[in-house]
Design a protein around this ligand. Structure first.
Ligand code: SF4
Ligand code: SF4
Length: 380
């Protein structure tokens, strides 16, 4: 049944959520909380953000009510699936003076992620490579990721800071989903085209009322997603970014962006692919019990690059250059892909609205002006 397309009505989405919950999945999806679309555990389909959209711009994010009841017409919120697969803080082990040592019995939630967009599905793929692709896979990530059921969503409404189309990660979802939805709103009803990507997806979907999709419905859904590609709020310059960043190491632009950057690390916290961590050891007041915790870290923190004698990236310019160069250039050297999937979160949640696409465009302009030989971006 994989590869087939069916249609479910609006209440079929609710049935899908209930089927996943009754199958024992911990369903995580979008909901409205704290004036934002956040990802949270859903106890019922009524918590989905029906009738909410967002207005997003550099340094700005606002909820906006919608009259059409759309469930997935909002672009990326402040969180990503990273926080469930690679938690911001987790205990690694604890020990006692008698030498008793216990490695953390890591929870094995059986997640069902509902509403994963193309950019974020690509980001999960990047994390898979980083955290499980090498000689020392992260066991916690592997356990959380292993049983995850993915309900992806083809994006039909990109936000003001989205640029997945120019990064090749959206608006249609790539491989790696169990089910993929395309939301369709119109005068003749509110429904979802569903594509089946796995046997488990087919099994879960068999419990939801559905009918075969017509060729016209499949074509209409495809056309809407293609149209979304032309409505992205941003795009990366069409140059070889990997080469551009390599060649921009001494650019005066780094000092200029540092004059605006607060080195607050928001961009790395919201980024769905930033994976850096540090560890902290703590004891209780009696000294009888010690624990080691892992928490997210950031290349914007001064002590992130602390080596003997001091930090090797002591300036904001150096830290911004490191972040952007890693994302767009040296990530290829390490992991074979870009570290940026074009979700736009770092632009929306930067308190001073620094925009990675604008910074790349300025570097490209400078390079073109000084040398006139910036190579075009390699295909793919
Ligand atoms: S670019 Fe923006 S979000 Fe990132 S560290 Fe600088 S001020 Fe903070
Ligand atoms: S660098 Fe910015 S746009 Fe790219 S994946 Fe990270 S948060 Fe998204």
């Amino acid at each position: 049944m994989t590869g087939t397309s069916v249609v479910i009505e609006r209440d079929g989405l609710d049935s899908l959520v209930r089927a996943l919950i009754s199958d024992g999945y911990l369903v995580v999806g979008p909901t409205v909380r704290d004036s934002a679309i956040v990802l949270a555990e859903l106890d019922s389909p009524g918590q989905l953000p029906a009738g909410w959209g967002v207005d997003v711009a550099p340094g700005r994010y606002r909820l906006r009510p919608r009259a059409d009841g759309a469930v997935f017409s909002h672009s990326a919120g402040p969180q990503s699936w990273k926080q469930f697969l690679h938690p911001s803080r987790q205990r690694l082990w604890s020990t006692r003076p008698d030498g008793t040592y216990s490695a953390e019995a890591d929870a094995r939630p059986r997640y069902a992620f509902l509403g994963v967009r193309g950019c974020d599905l690509a980001a999960i793929g990047v994390l898979d490579t980083v955290l499980t692709g090498g000689a020392h896979p992260d066991p916690s990530y592997a356990r959380r990721r292993g049983g995850a059921f993915v309900v992806a969503v083809n994006c039909t409404e990109p936000g003001g800071v989205c640029f997945c189309a120019s990064m090749g990660t959206g608006p249609s979802v790539g491989a790696g989903y169990d089910l993929a939805l395309t939301e369709q709103l119109g005068p003749d009803g509110h429904r979802f085209l569903v594509e089946v990507g796995s046997e488990e997806g087919a099994r879960v979907l068999s419990r939801v009322q559905r009918r075969e999709a017509t060729g016209e419905e499949v074509d209409a859904a495809r056309a809407e997603v293609e149209s979304a590609a032309g409505r992205m709020g941003r795009q990366m310059p069409e140059v070889d970014l990997r080469d551009l960043l390599r060649r921009s190491r001494e650019s005066p632009r780094w000092e200029e962006v540092a004059s605006r950057c607060l080195t607050c690390a928001n961009c790395t916290m919201v980024c769905p692919t930033c994976f850096c961590t540090t560890t902290e050891d703590v004891t209780d007041l009696t000294g009888e019990h010690a624990e080691r915790w892992q928490r997210w870290s950031s290349c914007f923190e001064l002590d992130f690059s602390q080596l003997h004698g001091g930090s090797v990236r002591g300036t904001g310019a150096g830290r911004y250059r490191q972040w952007m160069s890693h994302k767009l250039s040296t990530w290829y050297d390490q992991f074979g892909t870009s570290g940026c999937v074009g979700c736009g979160r770092c632009i929306a949640w930067c308190p001073v609205g620094i925009d990675i696409t604008e910074e790349a465009a300025r570097l490209a302009e400078d390079a073109e002006g000084s040398r006139g030989d910036v190579p075009p971006r390699a295909a793919g």
